[in-house]
Design a protein. Sequence first.
Length: 231
Amino acid sequence: MKRRRGISKSVFDEPHLRSSSPLAPQTEASDSVWHEPGRELDGNAPAELPYAAWLTRQAQHTTNARSLALCGLMALAGGPLAVLSVVLTRGPGFGYLLIVITGPLIEEIGKVLFPLMVVERRPYWIRHSWHIPLCALAAGLVFSIIENILYLHVYIPDPTPLIIVWRWTICVILHTGCSLMAGMGVMRIHQETMRTRQPPRLESGAAWIMAAVIVHGVYNFAAILIDPVFR
């Protein structure tokens, strides 16, 4: 007569853990790029591919021509994307909060949103990190041109010469300068990713992006104070 085995108190003896040994090595990379929800449905995804190997392999297949074309697209699309972001998120009742905090945050994120998405999803598409701040600078310039046209021909019926000069000098410098700062933040994220071969971390460039938002917000607050001078 066989002696009945007593109930094991080991956590590894639970039914859903009995199929593998607690000492068995991990065969699945914890940093597999295919673990991310947005990539799990990729039909070409291998069973296992650590982020570093995936990034290196994809970077080898990205040409300079493709990277430059993408940078040109990001430079041209950043401005309109930021304008669209402002239009879609603007609503009644925000008042000074929209002008000083919400508006600058939406605008600066919108101007670098395209390169930020590329760095997060397909960083190998950008072969040279310094292309990112140049794209952001161009996006800020395009944004300022669109905004000036709207302000001087739609929002302000009869702008004074002082307002016209101000918008085509100070406002252009503000938008391009803040975009450049935000672009520096995205560049830092991309540089760290390509150097460490690890997934992008927003905190690597968050300080630069927030600095752009703060500078923009301070300018808007100052503009509110000096607004009577232009009237």
